[in-house]
Design a protein around this ligand. Structure first.
Ligand code: ADP
Ligand SMILES: O=C(O)C[C@@H](O)[C@H](O)C(=O)COP(=O)(O)O
Length: 324
């Protein structure tokens, strides 16, 4: 029976302030454009734009920026009924971006006491999660309590309810205390997740070890609940591994890169669209790569997310021209 939501994402919804002036360091950037940001919010927005039915569980500031984020997410079709306003004055997270060159872009996050980290376990509803096909957990929400407990509660409820758990590693160093703690919580969730998506570097963080091959990583993680593991390697593309032993690879769609951030979130949205519509793993990697290619050629990570027609047209055109 089809559920109300194809996916519910949990974690941070925040604000990106993206440098409008390119090819210069942040010190010399004067003008910024405001967009909704936060990895799980970006994935939710990308998914909604592709036509998925999406819900979001999170906490935002009770001020103009919090209202802006909630309103934007509602406008793209996301159910925002479980986006709680922080009543203790915590402010929404901010991310400034710096575009030094297409090869070199960076982000600077302001996340001290960010509202999303104050989502509490009693703000996660079992009835709400029961309406989802998939739960998308982003790793950064595990960095601090009470958001950590809220996400662990959502994870346990999803397991109990038979909701498929997607773990997007989304590692951001800023709010974590040390490597041991990060690895511990990442492993805890990875052992229960059905699908794990991350970059090679993020899997190194999960393992608290550098230098493992993908084969070593999947051999360990497939001992637990995961059926599918996706390991992304930037311009080298992405690999997907199944518990049954299949391996899939997809390269990238070459594009005029404006900035590199936004690639991961758009990849996740494209991948999950194809995955949840049973289009096959190879197509899921292709949709992820195409969405990433579209987003990294534009300024934002959220507004730039393609709709389904744009995504499929992009793929068709790229395949006709042989640019991947
Ligand atoms: N320079 C690029 N050109 C085209 N596609 C890219 C490029 N960099 C990344 N991608 C696509 O985005 C995906 C995610 O990028 P990656 O950098 O690995 O993740 P993250 O943004 O999470 O660090 C890649 O698997 C690839 O499909
Ligand atoms: O996740 C954040 O809080 C910042 C994002 O909104 C920002 O756009 C970004 O860094 C996205 O990068 P990605 O995870 O590589 O897609």
């Amino acid at each position: 029976m089809s559920k109300k939501f194809d996916l519910i994402a949990i974690g941070r919804a925040a604000v990106d302030l993206n440098a409008v002036e390119y090819n210069r360091p942040l010190e010399e950037t004067k003008t910024f454009a405001k967009f909704v940001g936060g990895s799980p919010a970006n994935i939710a927005i990308g998914s909604a734009k592709l036509g998925q039915k999406v819900g979001f569980i999170g906490k935002v500031s009770d001020d103009q920026l919090g209202h802006y984020v909630t309103q934007y997410m509602a406008e793209v079709g996301i159910d925002t009924s479980q986006m709680v306003k922080d009543d203790a004055g915590h402010k929404i997270g901010l991310t400034f971006t710096e575009i030094i060159s297409p090869e070199e872009s960076d982000i600077l996050m302001y996340r001290n006491e960010a509202a999303d980290l104050y989502l509490a376990a009693d703000e996660v509803s079992k009835d709400y999660l029961d309406q989802a096909q998939m739960l998308v957990i982003s790793g950064t929400g595990l960095a601090q309590s009470p958001s950590r407990e809220a996400i662990l509660k959502a994870l346990l409820l999803a397991k109990e309810l038979g909701v498929e758990v997607i773990f997007e590693l989304d590692y951001r160093p800023y709010t974590w205390q040390n490597a041991e703690e990060t690895s511990l919580y990442y492993q805890l969730v990875a052992q229960k997740a059905d699908v794990i998506i991350g970059t090679r570097d993020e899997f190194d963080v999960l393992e608290n070890h550098q230098g493992n091959t993908d084969e070593q990583t999947i051999a360990t993680l497939f001992q637990y609940d995961a059926n599918l593991i996706v390991i992304k390697s930037g311009v080298q593309g992405s690999n997907a591994y199944t518990k049954a032993g299949d391996k899939y690879h997809f390269g990238v769609f070459k594009t005029k890169v404006l900035k590199s951030f936004g690639a991961g979130d758009s990849f996740a949205a494209g991948f999950l669209y194809a995955y949840s519509h049973h289009l096959g793993i190879e197509t899921a990697l292709k949709y992820g790569s195409a969405a990433a290619s579209i987003v990294i050629s534009q300024l934002s990570s959220s507004e730039a997310m393609p709709n389904l027609a744009q995504l499929t047209e992009f793929i068709q055109k790229a395949e006709t021209q042989g640019v991947h």
